[in-house]
Ligand binder design. Sequence first.
Ligand code: 13P
Length: 252
Amino acid sequence: MRKKIVAGNWKMNTTPAEGVELFKGVAALKGEVCPCVNFIVAPPFTHLSQIVEAAKGTSIAVAAQNCAAEAKGAYTGEVSAKMIASLGVEYVILGHSERREYYGETSATLNKKMEQAYANGLAPIYCVGEKLEDREAGKHFDIVRAQIEEVVFNLTAEQFAKLVVAYEPVWAIGTGKTATSDQAQEMHAFIRKVLAEKFGAAAAETVILYGGSAKPGNAPELFAKEDVDGGLIGGAALVAADFIAIGKSFPK
Ligand code: 13P
């Protein structure tokens, strides 16, 4: 049985005080959800350490939203994987479409970030996904295959075993337009097939999350699909009750 994960990407939202409040809300409601569901929250860098502190004893894991491509040195404004890991953070989101699109992250950058993440014991949540024009041109499978081959295929088997993948069609992020559960399943099955070409049977264990306007209303249908192992949630993760409701959406 693959792990079930619901991860909240807070993006550039919440002050430290608001983030701690949000976290407390999630932790207070978590008891309503099957302990078989693993929750992760990804606050901004500024409050990672406060959220790690608040998360002690809750079994909710903490992720960073990014890390530097370099280990250390004269890189003004960057935050290294080592700094993040030293706080007790377990995961790091890498390759989010907003980073690819607004900050020019390429596969070359992401290979370096992945290397830094693993070297410091962080498990990457690696995001892939096509833009609307790619889907309309029928290129969505090619785009996602390239995002996997150019980065994930460089991992060792041992590294791959710790990887979480998130399929986030860019046209569904923050737009209110969710992929249908059939579109999600089709792509998740494809991703698993591509991973299996390189890593064989281990790909059957890889957690593949769906992200893009996932909310309590559509999560049950998405999570009912065989290859959808949970969600990477943006907007709905900023409301504790919605985030928790998404956690309750797995089939019994
Ligand atoms: P939304 O849930 O707000 O569409 O964001 C999804 C996302 O980008 C999570 O990383």
